[in-house]
Design a binder for this molecule. Structure first.
Ligand SMILES: Nc1ncnc2c1ncn2[C@@H]1O[C@H](COP(=O)(O)OP(=O)(O)OP(=O)(O)O)[C@@H](O)[C@H]1O
Ligand SMILES: [Mg+2]
Length: 381
């Protein structure tokens, strides 16, 4: 049974046009089309629904970034030119997340410039702001909070980082704020008072993720740097936590719509189902599932019929090219059925979550025309 027939149809235009919806978050497993979907929806919101829209992209492919006029990471939204907004009066602004600059900005907001300069120079800060697992997710949330606070846009469309697991986006901020919360750091400080050696082994164990940096700063400098880092962050804990909590509340609000993006593959659909469960637990509003890159045969001929026709044609000494086409069609028809079965697993688990399918395009989506096509496909499947 085709999953979209069973699930209610997701009406993306209704979401994009709704003035009550101020944030759309596109999430899902790695490589399923989150960035593409986010950019396509933002473009559609501006062109078709006249909304003043900003899209926060994360690591967009170079060509896509270029087509949105994003040639450098400058961490602030730029207006996208050359789109068709004359009739609608909408606007599209786009930006790429610069994780480190966002972290730097947060530090600057919570401390004076001299202290900030000290923090920036600290190797532990440098490691954490550029490599800590979860920093990208946390900074995406931080940036969303900032854009929302500016109140300049009708609609903010958020892409999420290319995590292995879709859940990382929800978990990372908590993990990071736990870290910043000081429990772990207080533990680190305790052995520091007792002497260098235990401190060293403890640090090496706890900061496994920073191992390279730890090696680089080995020696007397280590303690000084780490204590400096801890002391500096200590003064900012409250601010960090408060901001994370604020953004979390925004994500739970009615103005937010989560869209789960999945490819019609077992892993991606399983990920999507986990994520849907988590959103429900966190009381975050799931608007629907976008099943991206599905294959649809253009003619109504199932795999068996197609293969039978090919065999018959061979018997009759028919045209070889036609036989090939029939066989290729049979393979496509079989894949379409497989994809529907995979997608049906999600719908069985979440029968009330609206869904929509987007056909796999013949080529990658890397320009405004391509985004427009995807936007139209999501809206009129
Ligand atoms: N419907 C589609 N048809 C054809 N190609 C697509 C479609 N959707 C996305 N793509 C292509 O698939 C690739 C991955 O898409 P995208 O970058 O949007 O995925 P992502 O979920 O953001 O990945 P990551 O998790 O790495 O951030 C891109 O090259 C994009 O152009
Ligand atoms: Mg992406």
């Amino acid at each position: 049974m085709p999953s979209e027939d069973a699930a209610p149809r997701l009406d993306v235009d209704q979401i994009l046009a709704d003035p009550g919806v101020r944030i759309v978050v596109c999430c899902g497993a790695g490589g399923v089309g989150k960035t593409t979907t986010a950019a396509a929806l933002a473009l559609r919101a501006a062109e078709q629904h006249g909304r003043r829209t900003v899209v926060l992209t994360i690591d967009p492919a170079r060509r896509l970034a270029q087509s949105l006029g994003l040639t450098e990471l400058d961490n602030t939204p730029r207006r996208v030119k050359g789109i068709d907004v004359e009739a609608s009066g909408g606007e599209l602004h786009a930006m790429m997340l610069d994780m480190k600059r966002t972290f730097d900005d947060v530090v600057l907001q919570h401390t004076d410039p001299a202290k900030a300069a000290e923090i920036f120079a600290n190797p532990f800060y440098q490691a954490m702001s550029s490599t800590f697992a979860g920093t990208q997710e946390y900074m995406a949330m931080e940036k969303l909070g900032q854009l929302h606070a500016r109140g300049e846009w009708d609609l903010i469309v958020v892409d999420t980082p290319p995590s292995r697991s879709a859940l990382d986006f929800l978990d990372a901020p908590a993990r990071l704020s736990r870290f910043l919360d000081g429990r772990m750091l207080r533990l680190l400080l305790a052995p520091a008072r007792t002497g260098g050696r235990s401190m060293f082994s403890f640090v090496t164990a706890s900061f496994g993720m920073f191992s390279k940096v730890v090696q680089k700063v080995l020696g007397a400098q280590l303690l000084t740097d780490l204590s400096g880092f801890v002391a500096a962050l200590d003064s900012m804990f409250g601010g960090f936590r408060q901001r994370a909590e604020q953004t979390y509340r925004i994500l739970q609000a009615r103005e937010t719509a989560f869209l789960l993006v999945a490819a019609p593959e077992s892993d991606a659909v399983r990920e999507a189902a986990y994520f849907a469960g988590r959103l429900h637990e966190e009381r975050m509003p799931l608007a629907g599932l976008v099943l991206n890159r599905v294959h649809r045969p253009v003619v109504r001929l199932d795999a068996a019929e197609s293969l039978a026709a090919a065999d018959r044609l061979v018997e009759l000494g028919g045209h070889a090219a036609t036989v090939d086409v029939l066989r290729a069609h049979a393979a496509l028809a079989r894949q379409a059925v497989r994809e529907q079965q995979v997608a049906a697993r999600f719908t069985e688990a979440f029968p009330t979550v609206p869904a929509v399918s987007v056909t796999a395009q013949p080529a990658d989506v890397h320009d405004v025309d391509g985004l427009r096509t995807i936007g139209a496909a999501i809206s009129r499947p």
